[in-house]
Design a protein around this ligand. Structure first.
Ligand SMILES: [Zn+2]
Length: 42
């Protein structure tokens, strides 16, 4: 199974994906979207 960025659906083929955890769920976010997450945009 391929992991996808939670924000833009990029796979690890498209960008570097980072794993994180939110409310007990493992999520993945790419480095392009990480700043968006940090700044809390929804
Ligand atoms: Zn992304």
């Amino acid at each position: 199974m391929e992991h996808k960025c939670l924000n833009c659906s990029a796979t690890s083929n498209d960008a570097v994906l980072l794993s994180c955890e939110h409310k007990g769920q493992e999520l993945f976010v790419c480095v392009k979207c990480l700043p968006i997450l940090i700044h809390g945009a929804h």
